[in-house]
Structures are given as C-alpha cells and as structure tokens.
Ligand binder design. Sequence first.
Ligand SMILES: *Cc1c(COP(=O)(O)O)cnc(C)c1O
Length: 357
Amino acid sequence: MPRPTQAFIDCSALAHNLSIVRKFAPHSHVMAVVKADAYGHGLLQTAQALINVDGFALLELDAAISLRDAGYRQPILLLEGFFSTQELALFEQYHLSAVIHHPEQIAMLLAAKYPQLNLFLKINTGMNRLGLPPERISTIINQLQENHYQKNITLMTHFASADDRAQHDSVIQQLERFQQAAHPHAHLRSLANSAALIRYPQSHADWVRPGIMLYGASPFSDQTATDLDLRPVMTLASKIIAIHELKAGDKVGYHGLFQAERPMRIGVVACGYADGYPRHAPTNTPVLVNNQLSRLLGRVSMDMLTVDLTDIRDVQINSPVILWGKEISVDAVAQRAGTTSYELLCALAPRVEKIAC
Ligand SMILES: *Cc1c(COP(=O)(O)O)cnc(C)c1O
C-alpha cells in the first residue's frame, strides 16, 4: 500500500468558487490565476474544472505551453512576461500574452522584430514590485502603436494591500494613479486580485485576476472563506500509523517539546513538513481525526506529526486524519503557523499524491 498521505481536489468546489467570482464581478472577464501549479492543486485538473473561464494567468512558460498543448484556446498571460528575446518565438508560436513591466522587454520586442502578441502593460502604481513608471506609459504606448500593437494592449496594475481594511487609502491612491495614467488611452484594463475583486468593485474593469479565492481560501484575515461563500478545494488527508499510551511526564517528539501532564493517548500521523504541513504549527493546532476535532502535539517533523487521541473515539491504526479541508480550513492552520493559506497551498510537496475529482 502506498504512503497514505493524499491531497483530494474537489472540482465542483472550483466551479462553485468561479461562480462566486462571477457574482462579485458580473461584468468582467475572468482570468484564473494558476501560477505555482494552480496554487498547489495541479494545473491541468484545475483548468479542466474551471469551465468557461475566460483566460489563465501564470508565470511558468513550460506550464503555459502545457495548457496550450492540452487544447485551451483562451488567452494565457505570463505575469512576468518573457525573460529573453529567444523566448519570444515560443510566445508567438503558442499565442501567449505577456506582461511588459520593464523597458528592457520593449527592447527585446524590437530585437525580435515585434512579434504579434497580446501585451499587458503593467503600471507601477505604488507597490514598487513590477511595473513601468506611470509617466512613461503614454510614450511606451505610442512606441508600441507605431509597431502595430494598437489592438492588443491591455493596461494593468496590482494592489499591494487590498486585503487590509487599515490600508484602504493606499488602494484608493493606487486606483487614482492607475486612472491618471490610463485615462488618455482606450485600451482594456485589468487591476483586481481576489481581495480587490471582493472589496473594490471600482477596480473590476475588463479583466479580473482571482487566485486564492478560486481555491476556496480567504484573502482576508478578518473574513473567512465560509463568510464569502467560498468552498475549500483541497483536502490534505493522511492516516494514523502508530498509537502510544503516555504517562504523566512523558515527552513527545523532537526536543520533547510537548510533555504530558496526565496519562494520555497519542497518535502518529504520516504527514510532516516534507509533505507541506507547516513546521511552525504549534501544539493545539486543530487536526481532524476520525471525524472528531483533535489537536497537534509538539514539534512537526519531516515526515510525521503527533496528535492527541485521549478523547477520540474508535481510533486505531489507519484511522483517517484530515490536516485541512472542509472542517478545518487551510486559513485556520496557516494562521496558527504564522503564515497564509497561499504559502501552505503552494508548498504542497510533489510526493503527496493528488487525487483529482
Ligand atoms: C498572484 C497574482 C494574482 C492573484 O492574487 P490572489 O491574491 O491570489 O487573488 C493576481 N495578479 C497578479 C499580478 C498576481 O501575481
């Protein structure tokens, strides 16, 4: 029997979450963000479940090509664009769209004799990660139009803090800077990630770019996925592979980080940080054992973690364990571990078997 640690991917939840995206942004095209192997869910099975989505966005050229090869005809946007003139031949061959975020990339277009592709001009409106300075946009658009790109330019930007109510002003400032730079131009526009899509309808424009919400996690720390009617797509499951009885004073795992204060029963689960479970999850992080709420004890190790079975009924070797999924959200585990669901989902290890819907 193979190792019992598996990630179940719920395609109906993906389709449901896409319908929630469309409910929030009924007038926009939806570009599903599927970078990092669809946030750890598996690119091709995710794409298959997102029926009638209008486009895909990601950063990995080989993954973009595999989507095209699988028969998807929608726009596929490379979020960091191309990295060399050589890559442009592949962009052209596979009809891939490219973010242009740096003048160097315009020079690469020239060097490749301006291949016909769809370009998303990314404007730096304040995040200072990727993007062209707003004051250069008109010059760059003129230069591109002279080289026959007028029909296939979209203007885009990305918000730094749309998930944080306390930073509302920064979102408004980014919106204003974008409007100012985009205003003279009739091109399509794309601004919103999941957080902006939900909280800033004025950012919807022509293309929204949801990622995390499609996978059924919340972009916010003050609103859960359930509050937003999103359904978790991934269930990380494993099994109990050992059971021990402890006496008061007995210690558990590396450095004996957990010590029993009374007699108790514990179980060892075949899932550790090499599977993608966060090593920084502390004692008391919720874990579901045999459909009952239990808790993590002590240090998570590379291949295993330990749970409290003292009050769990009918538990034995091979009893089912759920690390995250419906009853225990990935957001809840992430919060305990001091990180985000984004990091946990895309850190799912390749050795974990993914069971498609
Ligand atoms: C990752 C990414 C998104 C999606 O963000 P979520 O918060 O997951 O919705 C959108 N746009 C860009 C440019 C991104 O890099």
